[in-house]
Structure formats: structure tokens, C-alpha cells
Design a protein around this ligand. Structure first.
Ligand code: MSP
Length: 531
């Protein structure tokens, strides 16, 4: 077991009514990069993801497809959601399904506790309900459409679909009791909800006053039965939020629970209210700690609108990875979009960055340096001489980039971390152009200088292989091998991300291997086919 601090990170669990698009993949990749970073820093890391399978939305989809809801969920999980994780190279530690017995039984334990402690009562509710959101809506959340199929109807602002009027005898959670406590939480821990735009929206929402929350449904039965009244199932959101604790042994395995909880939670900003208002209120009622933080990232937009399958703007992740590979997918979305803001996706931008930053920037740098060590030194990393100013400048850039990147990751500013690491790519490319190792190689008198230059450039690559590994695990593994870093010559360079800035880790004498292009040229036919 790693000795470091616990780092538990969770993605939202995904609805299985449809197949994934790149918006879903975006949340996954961000969480995976943070998890890999912490894992590589020796923290006791756990990445949880999974699927949200109950509720009306899934039931209706299953009925429309003529199968039982569980059968539908099984099909989608196996054919679409688990394969997504491979497509984009996610190293999750667990995958929870809300139809897992471990989830259902722990949800019952949680509910019974809240009921016994007086936080749940029965009442009647009537309101507008959006099945797309699986949520009762206030009038503010709706708009009256004037044109199109739904002209004259009230539609949900998020889904642009008409809402339904529901009237039910329900069980209610006394959420209104937690208004003050939530406001105190936001004030005492400004980091609890981030970024600032989402935090402000949440604080304003709670300040307007909280109502109690309807947490059961009796008009359909695709859900977890309420333990003391089996004619009701638990409201899908109330149950889905509990996945973050049922997956780590809540109510069953106290040791595992204590080791992991609380979590860092990444969510799209559309579901920040559920995670930053309802979820902490539920935890407070149960006497449990709230999450470390809830970060609401922005949306991927296509044509200025949130990408979604229902609006037919969904792009499947493998449309991108089949051509560009999973490393480029991961890099592109985290580099091009400020984490926490919306970002527009375009094939042109993706191709341009692939070519300029990955193929010509990082890939070419790696190929050139490895090829020169092979060509001029027979593949053996030379012993460097005393460093001059230019060499020392590279050492300083590496140390600063590693420290800045780690600090940025701590703030969940993933784009800043990558930008900090990229200063190494840019500086090293400049260094090689200036030092002209191919000229130094021509003359015996400059051979000692050549060795120092090659060593310096190789050490820079060593740092890049470590620092970029959470973002681009495949390319950096190839580079690491080509640098002979696994061959075991004396002290091995450290793979610990928090040691990445320490200079001089590659032992002289390391045997380099060959390195194929890390980011091969995309042939134009494939590229335009993808577009
Ligand atoms: N099942 C709920 C979450 C329950 S968590 C207890 C849900 N599922 S979802 O499949 O609709 O969305 C999952 C995640 O994907 C959310 O974080 C959502 O914001 C994200 N995205 C869906 N479309 C997106 C974009 N176009 N852009 C970025 N992320 C988006 O909500």
C-alpha cells in the first residue's frame, strides 16, 4: 500500500440511456489525469467511476427498445460504457453500477438511518418534472417555446423538451434544515465548490432558501425500494449520489470507508447543484464529512451549444481516437480548454494542435534527441562535462516546470499544469537549435561539449516522460523505454512525479533504444474522413 496521503477522486456516474460522447469522456479524462498524477506521486489513490441505471429516463428507453431495464443497462454498460474507458485509456480502480447489490444494500442502510433519525417524512408533491434531468423544476428553470414542435409548451432550459406535471405522495428529505449549515460551509471553505463562477451560483441558490426534497417515486418501480415502504422507490438522484460512498464500503467496510472518504469530485457544471447542495446536506444529515471539493467543469460546445446526443451534436470518442490516438485526445481536451470554462470543439483546432504541439513540438524533440544519442554515441548516454549557462538554464526550467505543474494540479488547474510542463518542450527545442549538436559532432575538439548537450537534452526528456505520463501514458511509456530508464543501470531514475524536477537522474552509460515517431503524421484521407 502506498505510504502517501489518501486521494479519492470520483466522476459522476453516467446515465445508460445512451452511448457516450466526448462530453462524457472529458470528465473521465480529467479525473484520470488527476488520479494518475497523485498515484505517480505515491498517494494512496482511488479513481471511481460508474453508471447510473435507475429512474424513469432509463426505464423509458428500455421500454422503447422492447427490453427489461436491467437488460438494457447490461447491454449499454458492456457494449458502450466500459469500452469507453479503454478507448480513452482510463486507469480506474473501481466501476460501480447502481444496480450492484453492494450499492442497493448500502443505500437502504443510509435511508433507514436518515428515517430513524427523523430526516425523512411523508407528504404530497405536485410540480413540473423534467425526465431528461430527472428533476422537479421551478418556473425559473423553464421557458415557454414559441416555435417548433413544442410551441406553446413549457420546456426545460437544459433539454429543450416539455416538462410533465407530476403529483405524488412522496417521502421528503428535510433539506431545508441544512440551509444555514451549507452557507457556513461555503463561507468557511471557499475551495469546497469551485470554480468561482459555479461557487457564486450555488451560494446564491441556497441563499434564496431551500425546500425539502422529494426522494421517492411510486408511479414506477425501476429503482431501489424504500426499506420501510416497498410501494416506493428511491428518487434516482438521491440514490445515485450515494454511489460515492457505497462504492467504498459505507455501512459495510468501515476500514475502507475511513481510508478513502472524503473525495474530490469532478462534475459538469449542469449537475453542480446536486453535488454542492443536495449531496453535502445528505452527508450532514448522516453525520458524515462532506467532500473535499466539488469542481464544476465547463461544457464542450459544438456550434455554440452544449454537445449532446439529444440535440444530435454528439461526437463519439472513438471518432477521434481512431485517427489521433488516445494520448492526443487526452492532451487536446485538457490543454485547449481552461478547466472550469466552456470550450468549443473543432476538428481543425484538434488537427492543428496535434501537428504543431504533439508531432512537431514534443514528438520531434524526443525523436531527434534519441536519434542523436544513437548516432553520435552508439546509443550510450554520455557523461556530461561541467554545465555552462545554457545547460543551467535548462536545469532551472525543468525544476520550475515540475514545481509549477504540481502546484497547478493541486488547484485542479490541469491546463496550467500542462502549460508549465510545455515550457520544457519549448526551451529544449530552442536549446537544441542553438547548440547545434550536429555541428559539435563533426569535430573531435567539440565532442566533450556534444556530450554535455546530449546529456542535458536527454535529462529534459526524462523529466518530460515523467511529468507528461498522467496526460499521455502511451507515448511517455515508449519514451521512458527508449531512454533506457528501465534497464537498471545503477540507480534507476525515479518515476515519482514529485521528484521529476530533480536533475541528473539518468545514469551516464544508460543504453538508449530506438524510438518510433510518438505522434505519426496523420494521413489526410483519415483526417478528412474523421471530419
Ligand atoms: N447520471 C447523472 C450524474 C449522477 S452523479 C451521482 C448524469 N449523467 S450524464 O451521463 O448525463 O452526465 C455525466 C457527466 O457528463 C456530467 O458531469 C455532465 O456534465 C458531463 N457532460 C455531459 N455532456 C457534456 C458536455 N457537452 N460537455 C462536458 N461535459 C458534459 O448527469
Amino acid at each position: 500500500m502506498p505510504s502517501g496521503e489518501s486521494f479519492f477522486i470520483a466522476t459522476p456516474i453516467f446515465y445508460v440511456n445512451d452511448v457516450p460522447h466526448i462530453g462524457h469522456a472529458y470528465t473521465e479524462v480529467a479525473a484520470d489525469v488527476l488520479a494518475r498524477w497523485h498515484r505517480q506521486g505515491g498517494d494512496d489513490t482511488w479513481l471511481l467511476t460508474g453508471t447510473d441505471e435507475h429512474g424513469q429516463k432509463i426505464l423509458r428507453t428500455a421500454v422503447a427498445n422492447g427490453v427489461e431495464p436491467k437488460q438494457w443497462a447490461d447491454r449499454l454498460v458492456e457494449s458502450a460504457w466500459k469500452p469507453l474507458l479503454e478507448t480513452i485509456d482510463i486507469a480506474n480502480d473501481d466501476f460501480i453500477r447502481t444496480t450492484d447489490e453492494r450499492h442497493e444494500s448500502a443505500v437502504r442502510i443510509f435511508l433507514q438511518k436518515l428515517y430513524d433519525d427523523g430526516f425523512i417524512y411523508s407528504g404530497e408533491y405536485e410540480g413540473y418534472y423534467c425526465v431528461g434531468c430527472e428533476e422537479y423544476k421551478q418556473l425559473d428553470d423553464l421557458e415557454l417555446t414559441e416555435v417548433g414542435d413544442y410551441a406553446g409548451q413549457l420546456v426545460c432550459r437544459i433539454h429543450s423538451r416539455p416538462v410533465e406535471i407530476l403529483k405524488e405522495k412522496n417521502y421528503f428529505f428535510r433539506m431545508s434544515q441544512f440551509e444555514e449549515q451549507l452557507l457556513e460551509l461555503y463561507a468557511a471553505r471557499p475551495d469546497f465548490v469551485q470554480p468561482e463562477s459555479v461557487r457564486n451560483e450555488i451560494v446564491q441558490f441556497v441563499r434564496q432558501g431551500l425546500s425539502d426534497l422529494s426522494i421517492s417515486r411510486s408511479s414506477f418501480d425501476w429503482g431501489i425500494k424504500i426499506p420501510w415502504d416497498e410501494t416506493h422507490v428511491v428518487y434516482v438522484w438521491f440514490e445515485a449520489l450515494l454511489n460515492y460512498i457505497t462504492a467504498i464500503g459505507y455501512g459495510v467496510d468501515d476500514e475502507q470507508f475511513a481510508r478513502r472518504w472524503p473525495a474530490v469530485q469532478l462534475v459538469g457544471k449542469d449537475i453542480a447543484r446536486f453535488h454542492a447542495v443536495i449531496w453535502p446536506a445528505m452527508l450532514m444529515a448522516a453525520g458524515l464529512p462532506v467532500p473535499h471539493r466539488v469542481f464544476g467543469h465547463g461544457w464542450l460546445l459544438v456550434g455554440g451549444e452544449k454537445m449532446s446526443k439529444s440535440k444530435l451534436t454528439g461526437i463519439a470518442p472513438n471518432q477521434i481516437t481512431d485517427t489521433f490516438g488516445s494520448d492526443a485526445f487526452r492532451y487536446y481536451f485538457l490543454r485547449a480548454i481552461t478547466f472550469g470554462q466552456d470550450g468549443s470543439f473543432s476538428w481543425e483546432d484538434l488537427s492543428a494542435r496535434y501537428q504543431a504541439e504533439l508531432a512537431n513540438g514534443f514528438g520531434n524533440l524526443a525523436s531527434r534527441v534519441v536519434a542523436m544519442v544513437n548516432r553520435y554515441e552508439g546509443g550510450t548516454l554520455p557523461e556530461p562535462g561541467a554545465p555552462d549557462e545554457a545547460d543551467l538554464a535548462i536545469q532551472a526550467v525543468v525544476a520550475k516546470a515540475a514545481a509549477d505543474a504540481d502546484a497547478a494540479i493541486e488547484r485542479l488547474a490541469i491546463h496550467e499544469a500542462i502549460a508549465a510542463i510545455w515550457t520544457i518542450v519549448d526551451e529544449l527545442n530552442g536549446y537544441i537549435t542553438e547548440q547545434e549538436p550536429w555541428v559539435l559532432a563533426k569535430d573531435d575538439a567539440t565532442r566533450p561539449r556534444l556530450r554535455t548537450v546530449l546529456y542535458t537534452a536527454s535529462e529534459g526528456l526524462r523529466a518530460l516522460a515523467v511529468l507528461l505520463s498522467p496526460v499521455m501514458p502511451k507515448a511517455t511509456a515508449k519514451l521512458w523505454t527508449a531512454l533506457g530508464a528501465e534497464a537498471g543501470l545503477g540507480a534507476l531514475p525515479s518515476n515519482d512525479i514529485r521528484d521529476a524536477g530533480t536533475w541528473g537522474q539518468l545514469p551516464p552509460g544508460s543504453q538508449f533504444g530506438a524510438l518510433d515517431a510518438l505522434f505519426p503524421r496523420i494521413d489526410e484521407a483519415a483526417e478528412s474522413g474523421a471530419a
